[in-house]
Design a protein around this ligand. Structure first.
Ligand SMILES: [Zn+2]
Length: 92
């Protein structure tokens, strides 16, 4: 036989169990420094703390990323031309 009071107890137990995960959502919005992962206020741009070492390293990393992106496009272009080039030359 189904016991209604037992079901109610189980439901209330589940509610209390789910509370800790609910507390995690209450952490205020914040960011972490890209270099040292220290907590910084949200909306900070660039995403680094006020340490000069972190600022310098972030600038250096951004420059490297830009350079890598350029090289990726160059190689992608060469790779694409290796496939498309012969087709164009054969059709002439
Ligand atoms: Zn930092």
């Amino acid at each position: 036989m189904v016991n209604a009071s037992k079901i109610k107890q189980n439901v209330s137990k589940k509610k209390t169990k789910s509370q800790p995960s609910g507390n995690l959502n209450r952490v205020p919005a914040h960011l972490h420094c890209r270099v040292c992962y220290e907590v910084i206020p949200s909306g900070t741009d660039p995403r680094v703390c006020s340490e000069q070492d972190c600022i310098d390293r972030n600038i250096k990393d951004e420059k490297n990323q830009k350079q890598m992106r350029v090289w990726m496009f160059v190689f992608l272009g060469l790779f694409a031309f290796a496939f498309v080039g012969p087709i164009i030359f054969n059709s002439i």
